[in-house]
Design a protein around this ligand. Structure first.
Ligand SMILES: C[S@@+](CC[C@H](N)C(=O)[O-])C[C@H]1O[C@@H](n2cnc3c(N)ncnc32)[C@H](O)[C@@H]1O
Length: 274
């Protein structure tokens, strides 16, 4: 077992920290990276679907390449995932600034753009340029002008700071190469009390026909989020295959230790409700 700390450099936040020290109101911009490195491990004997890098005991999945883009737009997806129920659960309003992180071909970006109307904006973040090309085409075909494509990196979504009312991550968090650094960068992009939303296939349910590393349990999501100043708000459990786990940005310094997210009891709902 090898720690990742020496293999991957820390995110350079020194400049931001210096700016924050100088600023009069800085809780939202107090960018102290939590101690990420000790929680990464490299292990042998990993799953073929995994990278061999483990974060808080969970093996990180390989990124889905753009060769799988058609799968994201499969016709049966609407029945399997019910985006018509997911988007209302986000409680977006006209004028909201939202991010669709790991946007893929924009399956959710255009739905979010409709929800926030032309008064609002959707930042569609991707690490694959091929996905962004396809996303741009899809948004143009729909005549949308309020979707901003952004080419991010595995540690930096390149979002404006303190701006987002809501950040959505559908079926992507489990494949973030650097989940801890990404969550920190997303935390910086949220407005005070802005919401960070994980949508993952339910790892508690073996009947859901998705590879294990591409699912996550609510317990693990909350464990990983607990490294950051994020308060759990609710878990929406009404979708056929996924859970929607919602957090709110808090002032820094009050996150729980990993695995000790307060008052968490695993729910008794391990089977598909549909
Ligand atoms: C399984 S796809 C889901 C796409 C979209 N959310 C959807 O539900 O249709 C995951 C996408 O996340 C992207 N991705 C992976 N890591 C990322 C990161 N750190 N930042 C932004 N995008 C990322 C991948 O390139 C891939 O297109």
């Amino acid at each position: 077992m090898t720690r990742l700390s020496s293999a991957v450099p820390a995110v350079p936040l020194g400049l931001l920290q210096a700016l924050c020290v100088a600023a009069p109101f800085c809780w939202a911009g107090s960018p102290t990276l939590p101690p990420c490195a000790p929680h990464y491990e490299i292990r042998s004997g990993q799953s073929p679907d995994g990278t061999g890098v483990f974060f808080l005991g969970r093996e990180i999945a390989h990124v889905m390449t753009h060769a799988g883009a058609d799968w994201l737009e499969r016709p049966e997806r609407a029945a399997e995932e019910r985006p018509d129920q997911l988007v209302p659960a986000l409680k977006l309003q006209p004028g909201h600034q939202v991010a669709d992180v790991g946007a893929g071909t924009g399956y959710f970006s255009w739905r979010l753009a409709d929800a926030v109307t032309s008064q609002g904006r959707v930042y569609a973040v991707e690490v694959q340029t091929q996905m962004l090309h396809r996303l741009r085409r899809n948004m143009t075909a729909r005549g949308l002008t309020n979707v901003v494509p952004i080419l991010g990196t595995p540690t930096d979504p390149r979002l404006p700071a303190d701006t987002m009312d809501c950040i959505l991550m559908v079926d992507v968090y489990h494949e973030f190469a650097r989940p801890c650094e990404m969550l920190h960068a997303l935390w910086l992009a949220l407005k005070p009390s802005g919401r960070l939303v994980f949508v993952e296939y339910r790892g508690e349910d073996p009947a859901i026909p998705i590879k294990p590393l591409h699912k996550m349990t609510e317990r693990q999501i909350r464990r990983e989020a607990s490294l950051h100043a994020l308060e759990w708000v609710e878990t929406v459990a009404t979708l056929p295959r996924q859970h929607v786990v919602v957090f709110r940005k808090q002032a820094p310094g009050i996150s729980a230790a990993p695995g000790t997210s307060p008052a968490y009891t695993p729910p008794a709902r391990n089977s598909r409700p549909d």
